[in-house]
Design a protein around this ligand. Structure first.
Ligand SMILES: [Zn+2]
Length: 96
C-alpha cells in the first residue's frame, strides 16, 4: 500500500490517541474518511466535574487529503483492505 503522503500516514497512525487523527470506515457509500480530535486518550466512566460542557471527541468527514489534496475515496479504493485492516480504532463508537 502506498500512502498519499507522509502526513496522512502519520495522522492515520494516531487514531485513538489524544489530538488529531484520521479514521476510515467502509459503508454503503464506499470508503469514508474522518478527521477526529480527541481531548483525552481514554474516556473515564466517571463524569468530569466541569462548570460547562466540553467535547471530548469531535470529528468531521473529509473528501480530500488536507495536505496533498488527493480525493481520498478514489485514491484508497484499491488499498481499502489494507487501510481498513491497519486501523487501530473504528469510527464512532470507540469512545473508550
Ligand atoms: Zn495526502
Amino acid at each position: 500500500m502506498k500512502w498519499c503522503c507522509e502526513r496522512f500516514n502519520n495522522l492515520f497512525s494516531e487514531a485513538g490517541e489524544r489530538g488529531f487523527a484520521i479514521l476510515v470506515e467502509k459503508n454503503t457509500f464506499g470508503l469514508t474518511f474522518l478527521i477526529q480530535c480527541r481531548s483525552v486518550k481514554e474516556i473515564s466512566d466517571k463524569p468530569l466535574n466541569l462548570n460547562q460542557p466540553i467535547s471530548l471527541v469531535s470529528e468531521t468527514g473529509i473528501l480530500y487529503c488536507p495536505w496533498c489534496g488527493v480525493r481520498l475515496e478514489k485514491y484508497y479504493k484499491n488499498y481499502q483492505n489494507d487501510i481498513l485492516g491497519n486501523q487501530k480504532y473504528r469510527i464512532k463508537h470507540d469512545l473508550k
